[in-house]
Ligand binder design. Structure first.
Ligand SMILES: [Zn+2]
Length: 373
């Protein structure tokens, strides 16, 4: 403080004592120390907002997270009001709105603070996805991430951290961030920025990079490498849950990769939403509504006398009630005969032409079903 005051005198500048605060970092109790700057007393506070980050004396980030959560949600709602809701915005455009306008708010400074789980922010991302896709609240999380090809927010923060780590290693040793890094690398006994970074690299099979403290790849090569590794890790975790959840019975048959689904590019909003619901297992069919009523799985039969469970496969490829509609698909598909019974095709994995006819089928079949019931 004395040095700063001297420096101010030398360069003829004064400090705004009302705006200046003191934060004492560490776990120790607040002492009785009085702080003065330029002859005036400075208040000691628990946290201070610096460069957009709330720095807390106890080195916790909860205050900043609360603030970022609120801000992200607010921006998401604004973006929502801008047109995603009414379906005017395509899925691709809405995805862009999320990635360009909303998500950066949630990732501000995440290179530094991002290592912990943060469920609230994962939920915000999923809520956005549900809105974009027009899905029910009870839809499985894996469907939202799966259809959009999204990573968890945690995985995004891991990527940002490793990009920043390369920056640190390439930084001039005289610069302060680099000096702090060099000092921290040696402190292995405590939980620090470095200990998590090391653990992350090891987890991604890049432990040797940490050992060498050296990255030979250029910026884009390094980004590509860590993206590939994180994609593999995320896909693996995601697929594991997909195979475990009973509701995803149909989804796991047609979806194995964590990547954006091409069928979402269609401009048939109604058909697209129905198709996603069928894929997700959270839909209007007996297998799902019967579950909500508490019926055992063997008793959720098709209403139309088919004597089998009404699941997605039955609705799309078997039920006699819609046989005539399926014939039309066969005609469009070139009269192959069996193709309209191909579940993958009926769930949107075919060409864009066949997708059109499939969406038509789904809309008409669903409307007919609703009319009869
Ligand atoms: Zn039936």
């Amino acid at each position: 403080m004395k040095i700063a005051t001297e420096w101010g005198k030398k360069w003829r500048c004064s400090f705004n004592q009302d705006k200046s605060k003191v934060v004492v970092f560490g776990q120790r109790k607040r002492g009785e120390t009085r702080w003065t700057l330029g002859g005036k007393e400075i208040e000691q506070v628990d946290s201070y907002k610096y460069l957009g980050l709330d720095l807390k004396g106890n080195l916790k980030w909860n205050m900043m997270r609360d603030r970022i959560t609120k801000k992200t949600r607010r921006t998401m709602n604004t973006a929502w009001a801008m047109g995603i809701q009414s379906g005017h915005l395509s899925v691709v455009a809405a995805d862009m709105v999320w990635k360009v306008l909303v998500r950066p708010i949630a990732e501000y400074g995440a290179e530094v603070w991002g290592e912990d789980r943060w469920d609230e922010m994962e939920k915000i991302q999923r809520d956005m996805g549900k809105r974009i896709l027009g899905l029910e609240q009870s839809t499985c999380n894996e469907v939202i991430l799966g259809e959009m090809g999204w990573w968890t927010m945690k995985a995004r923060r891991d990527m940002l951290r490793l990009r920043y780590w390369r920056k640190l290693l390439k930084m001039n040793r005289k610069r302060i961030p680099r000096q702090v890094y060099d000092w921290e690398v040696g402190r292995t006994t405590q939980k620090t920025w470095c200990t998590y970074t090391k653990r992350l690299l090891v987890e991604l099979g890049l432990g040797v990079k940490w050992e060498n403290q050296k990255i030979n790849e250029n910026c884009s090569e390094w980004s590509k490498l860590i993206e590939e590794r994180i994609q593999t890790r995320e896909e693996c975790r995601w697929r594991k849950t997909v195979t475990e959840k009973p509701k995803l019975r149909t989804y796991r048959l047609v979806k194995t990769k964590l990547e954006f689904e091409e069928y979402l590019k269609t401009d048939d909003v109604k058909g697209r939403r129905l198709l996603t619901r069928l894929r997700s297992g959270t839909n209007f069919l007996r297998i799902e509504t019967g579950r909500r009523e508490g019926l055992p799985s063997g008793e959720r039969m098709c209403w139309f006398g088919c004597d089998v469970t009404e699941d997605e496969k039955h609705f799309l490829t078997e039920c006699h009630l819609y046989e005539d509609l399926r014939k039309e698909i066969r005609t469009v598909e070139g009269g192959g005969g069996t193709r309209a019974t191909d579940l993958g095709l009926m769930l949107g994995s075919g060409s864009s032409e066949s997708l059109c006819t499939v969406l038509e089928y789904i809309k008409r079949a669903e409307a007919r079903r609703r009319r009869i019931l």
